[in-house]
Design a protein around this ligand. Structure first.
Ligand SMILES: [Zn+2]
Length: 314
């Protein structure tokens, strides 16, 4: 019956071509013969929309924006050394893996590869692409502006790169400097705080046990585990300052090889646990953002009040 049904649908599709009146009549009698109501034809599921912005046609993009309720993901990666054993694009590959899988579960349109973030601290290493701060902020603003102009009124930046942890909240705060008709949401977690297979290492900030484990799931072909112990990812503690004093050179002072931890401790089990957690966390974020009807309203109220602050009363 399934096969018959499919072939009837195919037959019907062919008969939507103009000048096929005779066949259309035949189709109707065929449907009646097999007891299929013509209305059954309209019940075929719609073709699955891609979550990839760049893979949608213009018309399907319109459909995608509608289907996602204007919710779009901007997975944010970087190009930087990842120890001696992981590829330069580790953060980009991992964050896209998590974001794309999440969008498949809870539909959202996912922006193409984006890796124009803060990575000044790795400029001494091969393959790092470090844009100026002016360029980072201008490009991110124009990107989210263009996303919003195309209907993404809820832009979720899914951060895959630790070095963006100051840039992104600053970018979100700076959205209050002038009116925008959309909201920027930031999701900046990549691993659960606890649970899962016990970890073997205590320092694990960059290309270490967790990140290497995740790459064993997202892109196992790009992991050179045999090289993971060929450099030191130990904390060299070269700065003698109180913990609450910040300098830009802190990372280089501690991890000059741009490696923090020990990737050779990685396992697929840990990677699977962490990646599944990440995908699930992004799904929850997409759902929460879709349900959020407050942020844009408050933003608009704020923009309006900020035009005449002397009228604001407690
Ligand atoms: Zn990384």
């Amino acid at each position: 019956m399934q096969i018959l049904h499919a072939s009837v649908l195919e037959f019907a599709r062919m008969n939507t071509l103009p000048g096929n009146k005779f066949l259309s009549v035949s189709l109707l009698s065929l449907l009646l013969t097999f007891g299929i109501a013509p209305s059954a034809l309209s019940q075929s599921p719609p073709p699955k929309l891609s979550v990839h912005w760049e893979e949608l046609t213009a018309a399907d993009f319109r459909e995608g924006i509608h289907h996602s309720q204007g919710t779009c993901l901007l997975p944010f990666g970087i190009l930087e050394k990842h120890g001696p054993h992981l590829p330069l694009g580790t953060d980009l590959l991992d964050v896209r893996y998590a974001a794309l899988h999440a969008a498949e579960k809870e539909y959202a349109v996912v922006f193409p590869e984006y890796y124009f973030g803060q990575i000044a601290e790795a400029r001494h290493q091969p393959g790092t692409v470090a844009y100026s701060r002016e360029m980072q902020l201008a490009l991110l603003q124009e990107t989210t502006d263009e996303m919003a102009r195309n209907g993404c009124k809820k832009v979720i930046i899914v951060n895959g790169h630790g070095g963006n942890e100051s840039l992104l909240p600053f970018f979100a705060q700076s959205q209050l400097d002038k009116p925008h008709d959309y909201v920027v949401y930031i999701f900046d977690e990549r691993s659960p705080a606890s649970g899962g297979p016990p970890k073997k290492t205590s320092i694990d900030m960059h290309a270490g046990e967790s990140e290497t484990s995740k790459m064993m799931i997202s892109r196992p072909d790009s992991v050179h585990i045999d090289r993971a112990a060929s450099e030191s990812g130990a904390d060299q503690r070269r700065q003698k300052l109180p913990e609450d004093v910040y300098t830009g050179i802190w990372w280089y002072a501690r991890f000059p090889n741009h490696y923090s931890g020990d990737g050779s401790a990685a396992t697929q089990e840990l990677g699977k646990f962490q990646i599944d957690w990440w995908i699930d966390a992004v799904v929850k974020t997409i759902r929460a953002v879709k349900a959020d009807e407050v942020s844009l309203k408050l933003q608009n109220e704020f923009y309006e009040k900020s035009k005449h602050p002397l009228d604001t009363r407690p």
